[in-house]
Design a binder for this molecule. Structure first.
Ligand SMILES: Nc1ncnc2c1ncn2[C@@H]1O[C@H](COP(=O)(O)OP(=O)(O)OP(=O)(O)O)[C@@H](O)[C@H]1O
Ligand SMILES: [Mg+2]
Length: 418
């Protein structure tokens, strides 16, 4: 590798600081948690959907290290996103440039989009085991454990942080709304509506036209993942079909994934559909929920439900959003905020079961007594004392012989810390 290439990636070697445009001032909520792990031995991995802010966090950490007087030549950044290279090439060139001894000096090594580097897991393991003073911080826009072998190779050596699109709290903070203002419904509601419609990709917050918004999400998120990222790892016969599946899920959030009927509908082998759904999930474009079973989230054979990972993906494909459909989008917000993994379907149906608590989303003007039926059924069946109903406006508690159902408006619920 040419030395100049590395120098290009590491401008602080000459300027002593990180470019302001790269280390943006706004810190994500997860930032301090990540920073708290920076001096631990294991490899830190930041993974998440494209365009959510992984690289920005890396630059923010680098900036902080420099401010703490870490020697600028002990910080190495490399991105495999646009340049193909071997990990050893990168590290050995760095060693030469600064005349470093990996055994003696603590060096922070940031490797962006590492999943694009061939055989990265074995190379990384080699360096990690050989040089305990090297601190690796890596990022990936697909699950890094997409291949079983990665998991085995790096078992016990890696600590993963999932980076999601902005949460509502972060969105408000980004819009300079202070926590004291969170209680003012008239102030928060309009921002909630905008957030629910357009989702949490930070760069889109300043966009003024739909055209700009859609072009951005289409080209930098969807097309990049479907036509570039996924085919790089898996042999994809029909990327267009992957996009069709994504559009189907985005426009029918919460749909049941029935491999058989999808197979018929699209004239594709069931196994193809199944692996395509997995690709969408592993690249963080969709979230899958399984049917709840007591004491376990493992579900056998029952159909899963699929949700898009962010409402921006819905807005991209949905030409008109009416009140009913907006209720669906609210459901997606809730699923993604909780990182929910199960729903429950019996005679009734519960949108989400999270930490054994049934949660229903009812975004409608008025809640009627039959709306409580499924939650009550669940609470009786599993002997639970608490249920939650996320509403449009209503806030109250319903007591019945089994326990309490708490009603809370969605904009308020989204602002709860957890
Ligand atoms: N903390 C932040 N404050 C303000 N804007 C941000 C922040 N983080 C990200 N952004 C905006 O989002 C854009 C994408 O961020 P970034 O490049 O860090 O994401 P990424 O996850 O690395 O994306 P990709 O997977 O495509 O490499 C940035 O160019 C910036 O405009
Ligand atoms: Mg990036």
């Amino acid at each position: 590798m040419e030395k100049a290439k590395l120098e290009e990636f590491n401008h602080w070697w000459t300027t002593s600081k990180v470019d302001e445009e790269l280390a943006l001032p706004f810190k994500r909520s997860i930032y301090s948690e990540i920073e708290g792990h920076i001096n631990k031995r294991f490899i830190l991995a930041l993974v998440g959907l494209r365009r959510v802010g992984k690289t920005t966090i890396i630059y923010q950490i680098i900036k902080q290290l420099l401010e703490k007087n870490v020697d600028k030549t002990n910080i190495l950044f490399f991105s495999f996103d646009e340049v193909s290279a071997e990990l050893s090439e990168v590290l050995e060139t760095f060693k030469e440039v600064h005349n470093k001894d990996f055994r003696k000096e603590k060096i922070y090594v940031f490797l962006d989009e590492i999943q694009k580097c061939n055989n990265w897991e074995n190379e990384l393991k080699k360096y990690y085991d050989l040089y305990p003073k090297l601190k690796f911080i890596i990022s990936g826009s697909e699950s890094l454990f997409i291949r079983k072998k990665t998991k085995e190779t790096l078992a016990g050596r890696i600590f993963e942080f999932a980076l999601n699109p902005f949460a509502f709290r972060e969105y408000l903070r980004f819009n300079e709304i202070s926590e004291d203002e969170f209680k003012y419904e008239t102030k928060i509601k309009p921002l909630f509506i905008k957030f629910a419609e357009k989702g949490g990709f930070p760069e889109t917050f300043s966009f003024e036209t739909d055209k700009e918004f859609k072009e951005y999400i289409r080209s930098l998120v969807v097309d990049k993942i479907i036509y570039k990222d996924i085919p790089r790892i898996f042999k994809l016969e029909d990327p267009d079909f992957l996009r069709v599946l994504l559009e189907l899920i985005a426009t029918n959030p919460g749909m049941y994934i029935d491999y058989q009927s999808l197979s018929k509908q699209f004239e594709k082998d069931r196994r193809v559909i199944k692996s395509y759904i997995t690709y969408l999930k592993e690249s963080f474009l969709i979230t899958l929920l399984g049917n709840y079973r007591k004491g376990s989230i493992i579900t056998l054979r029952k159909k899963k439900r699929a949700y898009p990972a962010d409402n921006a993906l819905i807005y991209l494909y949905k030409p008109t959003i009416d009140e009913d459909f907006f209720g669906k989008m609210v459901e997606v917000l809730v699923v993604n905020k909780l990182k929910a993994s199960s729903f429950w379907k019996n005679s009734g149906e519960i949108d989400i079961v999270h930490e054994d608590i049934p949660i229903e989303i009812k975004y409608q003007e008025k809640i009627n007594s039959e709306d409580f039926k499924p939650i009550k059924e669940f609470m009786k069946k599993f002997n639970k004392k608490e249920g939650i109903m996320i509403t449009k406006n209503e806030e109250r508690e319903i007591k019945f012989e089994k326990g309490i159902i708490k009603l809370i408006p969605v904009w308020k619920w989204l602002l709860e810390e957890k």
